[in-house]
Design a protein around this ligand. Structure first.
Ligand code: AHR
Length: 619
């Protein structure tokens, strides 16, 4: 029986409670949401390795950060096509570049034509072409002598051609060429080939291919299927551009919004600290547009003069914070909201958005802390509020002697933590800053995500919703994963070149967003029937939330009867009916065969707090 006290205490639910967190991680944008099909289109990809230890050729040693080698530009995504006795070579070349933002071009030298000769791009783990659909190619080329080129969309082995176009007279000074290819068959792993027909040397740069069928048919644009998934989540806000990418491995490596707007051929891109080069085709303007398309509030996260404190921690001086980092933020806000008569507002108009965008939230820093952060926060808070009094600011933590409107909390934990903290915000001090749970997800003990993780997130979300007069916003993170490059263990939406899938957590997010209440009333649940005690039989799947490391002590009881008790620092328990014992083990979660139902009580001591959890186990 559920009693609802409609006249009693009511809580207004925050209208912005559920939003989305976007970051360029797991090829979320390049090779993902951003519909560009060519990988490394500007030939600026860098050879880099493990982002936690190596950045810009520096490695962390006992003595600090030491330069060991210079990153080398590589030809990722590109390879030679040479059939039937062809003699052709491709190489990176930095003589007479297209522009200063794109210092490298591809030099293609055909000595002997043979049957077929040129170069090809494999896309992001294959290009998805669909029968009957159009694909828009554009590229820049130069050469001393003009020559024709043949463009094909074809299978990875080059044996089946889906579309072919000839472009005559390619050459002379740098010039842009375009054509449209229509696919006559479907292949999720196709490639793009550009072949020369006669011996010649040509230079190519910014080779770009977009499907016509992007979200709202924009070129360049976003993948329609991935944007569709975001619409399903009905986000009330869009947080961008991260995450750690806001901070960068080093300050130089931070995202600089001014380099992410305008003509894609003029965007230098940057080395993304999640291990690959980002084209920045998905830049500041595109994020603002995306929020507008999703009917979501803008939440812009800014660098405060601090690089990622978990990586190569760098802090700017007070003067630099004011002159460079704060100024950059003020300019960004002017670009988004300023009038056409302002310097940056005029650029927004030029880039196709005459009306100002609306920016509701600015987060001052990402995951920054300590005295340096407090100093930077104060500078930012004062200036932002003076210039844009209606913008709501978000802090990474409580700041001594400074007003804080909203605090961003992050939780990447095991399922048991979310179950145990489902009541975390009940009775919270309402006089302090509002709370934004900006990043949360089960990412321990659940492999790449499972139903138990999703259920525990749901339990925690109910607690946020119940207290959403105080917890005013939340966003699951990370959002996207190209299954060919999982940089982070557990992500909400998975995809490859042609397909997209929401994990169980996605459906939890969707369900909560679709049923966002406006007001919460007090309820009482009673008359629950206690299940009859049953002797444990079969294997019980307790595993997933009894994860390693956090557990120091575990007791499993049925009524007064202790079924299992152990003091151990690692492991978890399974009931083994054949042996009649509870067993601890460290391997991954195993699904168990449910035979009957019983209620067990599990008591554990985690590194955060003691808790008691009622588990209805099927066995
Ligand atoms: O979501 C992945 C990362 O987790 C984010 O970049 C960072 O803010 C957090 O540590």
């Amino acid at each position: 029986r559920v009693d609802v006290d409609a006249q009693g205490k009511r809580i207004q639910v925050s209208p912005d409670l559920y939003g989305v967190f976007y970051e360029e991680i797991n090829h979320a944008g390049d090779g993902g949401l951003y519909a560009e099909m060519v990988q490394n289109r500007s030939f600026e990809e860098n050879e880099m390795s493990d982002h936690m230890h190596l950045e810009n050729g520096k490695v962390r040693t006992d003595k600090g950060w030491e330069t060991i080698w210079k990153p080398k530009t590589d030809l990722r995504g590109w390879f030679v096509v040479a059939q039937g006795g062809a003699d052709v070579a491709i190489a990176l070349d930095d003589t007479r570049p297209l522009n200063a933002q794109s210092p490298h071009a591809l030099r293609v030298e055909l000595k002997q034509a043979g049957a077929r000769a040129g170069f090809a791009n494999e896309g992001y783990w294959g290009m998805s072409v669909v029968k009957g659909e159009n694909y828009h190619l554009s590229f820049y080329a130069r050469s001393d002598k003009k020559s024709p080129v043949t463009i094909t969309l074809e299978s990875q082995d080059g044996q089946t051609v889906y579309a072919r176009k000839r472009v005559r007279g390619v050459g002379g000074p740098w010039k842009r060429y375009r054509c449209v290819l229509t696919a006559k068959d479907t292949d999720p792993k196709a490639r793009l080939a550009i072949c020369l027909r006669k011996p010649a040397t040509l230079w190519f740069d910014m080779v770009s291919l977009f499907p016509e069928n992007t979200y709202k048919q924009r070129i360049p644009g976003m993948r329609a299927d991935l944007m569709g998934k975001l619409h399903e989540l009905r986000p009330k806000f869009l947080r961008f551009p991260g995450g750690c990418v806001v901070e960068g491995c080093t300050l130089d490596n931070r995202i600089q919004w001014k380099e992410t707007i305008g003509d894609i051929a003029q965007r230098p891109g940057h080395w993304d600290l999640w291990g690959y080069r980002a084209s920045d085709g998905l830049g500041f303007h595109e994020f603002l547009q995306m929020a507008e398309d999703l009917d979501a509030e803008v939440m812009y996260v800014v660098n405060v003069g601090m690089s990622c404190q978990a990586r190569h921690s760098e802090t700017a001086s007070e003067q630099e914070i004011v002159d460079i980092y704060l100024q950059d933020t003020l300019d960004a806000l002017e670009y988004a909201m300023g009038p056409a008569s302002s310097k940056w507002g005029a650029l927004r108009v030029q880039n196709g958005h005459p009306e100002p965008f609306k920016v509701k939230y600015v987060e001052i820093g990402n995951e920054n802390s300590g005295a340096d952060y407090h100093r930077a926060y104060r500078i930012f808070y004062r200036a932002l509020k003076a210039t844009y009094p209606t913008i709501l600011t978000i802090a990474n933590q409580a700041i001594p002697d400074a007003p804080v409107e909203i605090i961003d909390e992050h939780y990447y934990v095991g399922p048991h933590w979310f179950f145990a903290h489902a009541n975390k915000y009940d009775g919270y001090d309402r006089t302090g800053p509002k709370i934004y749970v900006g990043e949360y997800a089960v990412n321990r003990g659940v492999g790449s995500g499972n139903l138990m993780g999703a259920l525990s997130e749901a339990a925690f979300m109910l607690g946020m919703e119940r207290n959403s007069d105080h917890v005013i916003m939340a966003s699951y993170a990370p959002l996207f994963e190209n299954v060919n490059d999982r940089e982070w263990d557990v992500n909400l939406i998975r995809f490859n070149s042609s397909r997209v899938l929401g994990r169980s957590s996605f459906y939890v997010q969707k369900m909560f967003a679709e049923h966002l209440p406006t007001v919460m009333c007090e309820t009482a649940v009673s008359n629950l029937e206690a299940p009859a005690p049953i002797e444990p039989r079969g294997r019980i799947g307790l595993r997933t939330w009894l994860t390693d490391a956090e557990f120091k002590d575990l007791r499993v009881t049925q009524g007064d009867r202790v079924l299992y008790a152990s003091a151990f620092s690692q492991g978890s328990a399974d009931w083994n009916s054949e042996r009649g014992t509870w067993e601890t083990q460290k391997d991954a979660y195993r699904q168990t065969d449910p035979l009957a139902t019983d209620t067990l009580t599990v008591v554990g001591d985690t590194s955060w707090s003691d808790y008691t959890l009622e588990l209805k186990a099927k066995r």
